[in-house]
Design a protein around this ligand. Structure first.
Ligand code: FPP
Ligand code: MG
Length: 293
């Protein structure tokens, strides 16, 4: 599946919004701003901001504020990668083909850069040009998705605690839905809310985002087995070395691929009622779930 025609254009909208929202490297204290910028501009695909932006477009033509909310999601995503790579967690030297934040700036600065990005995300959301009631709903959705109860931090805790243990399908489901799907779901939901969607549409897009996000992590597990470190820009084959709870480890490659396809179909069904208005989200889902890196 090739990259959707609008993807590069969306990426450049997000790049310039990120550029404006991040403090300049020279801003005191300069080291942390260098570290935050180093990781945000290390070559991420901008999946979450683009999902947010394009979800808003299903409901509105005024999508600038959704791009701002998308940047907040990218800050949270980047913080999670910086902390995930730390020696106390996955201990990785390579991310997006470059030295990880702690390799470049030291562990203390990497922890603080993550803290800075997480905090900047909520400042950014609070200042976004979205009606107050919707803005607060978005902050609540994203805060919950990044948090400990069925959210990213909770999923990461379960991921760490599952290392080296025999896990079942239910435990694996919890890890994937919390660690990865929650923030991707929140990206889609935040876009829909920013675009002025009615509650039932927000819920429907939430189910779409959840299925895409879950499949996204199943694919991530598969890529770790199937692709090279060069292709991935991070150390391949690490899940097996670290005895991680992954879909291929528990169900095998074939079943994991089939499951990712089922989730993709589930995602598509949620968009059926939108006709042409859902075309971009359909293309995005297909692209993200056929990715090789
Ligand atoms: C790749 O995203 C990342 C994932 C699939 C998410 C993995 C989840 C974590 C690392 C959670 C960590 C949580 C904490 C609290 C430390 P991507 O393919 O969009 O990456 P890109 O931005 O490099 O393109
Ligand atoms: Mg990890």
């Amino acid at each position: 599946m090739s990259q959707p025609s609008f993807f590069a254009e969306d990426q450049s909208v997000i790049e310039s919004a990120l550029e404006k929202l991040l403090p300049a490297e020279s801003t005191r204290p300069s080291t942390i701003h260098q570290a935050m910028r180093y990781s945000v501009f290390a070559g991420g695909k901008r999946v979450r901001p683009i999902l947010c932006y394009e979800s808003a477009r299903v409901f509105s033509q005024h999508v600038d504020a959704a791009a701002t909310a998308g940047c907040a999601l990218e800050f949270i995503h980047t913080y999670s990668l910086i902390h995930d790579d730390l020696p106390a967690l996955d201990n990785d030297d390579l991310r997006r083909g470059k030295p990880t934040c702690h390799k470049k700036f030291g562990v203390a600065m990497a922890i603080l850069a993550g803290d800075g990005l997480l905090t900047l995300a909520f400042e950014t959301l609070s200042n976004a040009n979205i009606a107050a009631e919707r803005r607060v709903r978005i902050i609540s959705e994203i805060g919950h998705a990044a948090g400990t109860v069925n959210g990213m931090v909770g999923g990461q805790v379960a991921d760490v605690e599952a290392e080296g243990k025999q896990v079942d399908g239910a435990a694996l489901e919890y890890i994937h839905r919390s660690k990865t799907a929650a923030l991707i779901r929140a990206s889609v939901v935040a876009g829909a809310i920013a675009g002025g969607a009615h509650d039932e549409d927000v819920a429907r897009l939430g189910r779409f985002g959840e299925a895409v996000g879950w499949a996204f992590q199943v694919i991530d597990d598969l890529l770790d087995v199937e692709e090279s470190s060069v292709a991935l820009g991070k150390t391949a084959g690490k899940d097996q070395v670290q005895k991680k709870a992954t879909y291929p480890a528990v169900f095998g490659i074939e079943k994991s691929r089939t499951f990712a396809q089922e989730l993709s179909q589930r995602a598509h069904r949620e968009l059926d009622c939108y006709g042409d208005r859902g075309a971009r989200l359909r293309e995005l889902a297909n692209y993200l779930l056929s990715r090789r890196a």
